[in-house]
Design a protein. Structure first.
Length: 229
């Protein structure tokens, strides 16, 4: 049986590398993207994978690089397109946030993932899955204590843009998923986070795979529980 193919955008480290590792372990062919030319954990994974994992270069904040990646992957059919990329610039009250910082975070966390999806969606199999790494911090109803203003806003914007995308392509059969990985011990999540990557990612992959073939948009956590909008 032909192996399924996943494209993980933002797979050089942390959650993205965890996704690439888990899908390769499950027998998928994995294409992972990294920014720039530096060596990353994804390169190590690719070397040890026997050809199952390949590395592509992409800075998704640059539309011309997204267009070039689409050209390079023109012969591929993707069973999964998953965009994992996010930045935060600290816990700063929104009134103190420089305009340039606000723009950088929202462009990276919300606009750029949607540009990738819009550009690469023709490569996704008709009943394939398109997913994005979101966060419970993007939930309006769960924001009862504030903090991380710009990061929260960027994830809320991402969720809203995915809802618009789902409405625009309502006749398509793609599974659309916003995935919350939980509070994970990464550079972004911090050293005191309760979950490790190994505790979060297998559940996230199970959740993604479990909903394969179900058209429409869902916002779920790594335990396959709905996250309130």
């Amino acid at each position: 049986m032909t192996a399924r193919t996943a494209l993980i955008v933002g797979a050089s480290r942390s959650l993205g590398l965890g996704l690439a590792t888990e899908y390769a372990r499950r027998g998928w062919d994995v294409i992972g993207t990294v920014r720039g030319d530096r060596r990353t954990g994804l390169h190590d994974l690719a070397e040890a994978s026997g050809g199952r994992v390949t590395v592509e270069s992409l800075d998704m904040t640059k539309p011309e690089q997204v267009a070039t990646l689409r050209e390079r992957l023109a012969g591929h059919t993707l069973d999964l397109l998953f965009v994992n990329a996010a930045i935060t610039r600290g816990n700063i009250p929104v009134g103190d946030v420089p305009t340039e910082m606000f723009v950088e975070v929202v462009v990276t966390n919300a606009l750029s993932p949607m540009r990738v999806i819009e550009s690469l969606r023709p490569l996704v199999a008709p009943t394939g899955t398109i997913g994005v790494m979101s966060s419970r911090q993007g939930s309006l109803s769960l924001n009862t204590n504030g903090g991380q203003d710009v990061y929260r806003a960027s994830k809320s914007a991402l969720n809203q843009l995915m809802r618009s995308y789902a409405a625009r392509y309502a006749d398509a059969a793609h599974t659309l998923l916003l995935i919350c990985p939980g509070h994970v011990r990464t550079e972004l999540g911090g050293p005191e986070a309760p979950l490790t990557i190994d505790q979060s990612i297998p559940g996230a992959v199970e959740t993604i795979n479990r909903h394969s073939g179900e058209p429409g948009l869902k916002f779920l956590n790594y335990q396959d529980q709905p996250v309130p909008w």
